[in-house]
Design a protein around this ligand. Structure first.
Ligand SMILES: [Zn+2]
Length: 308
């Protein structure tokens, strides 16, 4: 008995630690006719902001896309699958690229991290205006297989609407996806989170009708977060009266897998002639990672060693 209690304490401590930081919860409702994901992402989006020094509107735009990527990554049952979301638009941000795996890790960058637009008349950040008109491409990349992708036109550039439309159009899955980022007056990320609710094949109309009624009463993701809700609370609220059951939770974070070894491969791709030329001129090679902002410098003697 004593031993069992100790085990339970360890598990509860692990759960508490997990839920004190960004995490994604997975659940189901209406007898498995719906599947649902929700996440808290304040630390993830703040780390992105610290690395890329984004303006408030880009923090919101890229933050929303990153969290959508994290939840879509969490949907994958294949361990080495990567999901890449690419937004291209004619607004001042130009484009956004995000890559996520199925362990809650995501990295991403904006073409113009400093892009700026005035607040909308309702005093919200104008994400749709910053992105503009353009396209969203979703790329599924599984090791040893040909990647497959599909592209749609942006609906509003607000990210949540665009991905909801993507699922309906490209995957024929009725989906409700909401993502929100609230930036504080001191430019720090005050709230960030999101949810995805999807109908499974054969989902009955009365379930979708009930879901629609529930969603109609919800103001926004950031409002739910401001009200003190975490991912579990959000799903319980969105799926109220629908026999919501939580299945599990996993940590979520900003993570870039780049390192000096990978950077060295980029240097080698320059080719021997170019590298010899740099060594002769005493120049070093700099490799910059767009995804996380890290820089790797290779001095002439390191270039020499690489060629060896
Ligand atoms: Zn990196």
């Amino acid at each position: 008995m004593g031993e069992k209690n100790t085990d339970e304490k360890v598990i509860n401590l692990g759960e508490a630690r997990l839920r004190a930081h960004d995490h994604i919860v997975r659940g189901t409702a209406a007898d498995g006719q719906l599947r649902a994901f929700a996440m808290s992402g304040r630390e993830t989006v703040q780390e992105m902001r610290d690395r890329h020094h984004t303006s408030n509107v880009v923090t919101a735009a890229l933050g929303r896309l990153m969290m959508a990527g994290q939840m879509m990554g969490a949907m994958s049952k294949v361990d080495d699958e990567l999901i890449t979301l690419e937004v291209r638009g004619d607004g001042p941000v130009g484009g956004l690229t995000v890559t996520a795996n199925n362990q809650g890790q995501v990295k991403g960058f904006a073409y113009h991290p400093n892009a700026w637009l005035p607040l909308r008349p309702d005093s919200h950040l104008d994400v749709g205006g910053a992105v503009g008109a353009g396209t969203l491409t979703v790329i599924h990349d599984i090791a040893h297989m040909e990647p497959y992708s599909s592209t749609i036109g942006l609906v509003s550039g607000e990210i949540g609407d665009d991905l909801t439309y993507y699922f309906a159009e490209s995957e024929q899955i009725p989906t409700s996806l909401g993502v929100g980022v609230l930036v504080d007056v001191d430019y720090t990320v005050r709230q960030a989170g999101g949810f995805v609710i999807q109908a499974m094949p054969g989902c009955e109309d009365y379930v979708l009708d009930q879901l629609e009624r529930n969603l109609a009463g919800v103001r926004s993701v950031t409002q739910m977060l401001e009200d003190g809700m975490g991912p579990s609370d959000m799903l319980a609220h969105l799926l109220r009266g629908m026999d919501y059951q939580e299945l599990d939770a996993m940590p979520a974070q900003f993570h870039c897998g780049c390192d000096k070894d990978r950077a060295a491969r980029c240097v080698l791709a320059l080719g021997e002639r170019e590298m010899r030329d740099m060594i002769e001129k005493g120049e070093s090679a700099d490799v910059h990672c767009h995804f996380c902002g890290a820089s790797y410098r290779f001095a002439p003697e390191e270039l020499e060693a690489l060629l060896g």
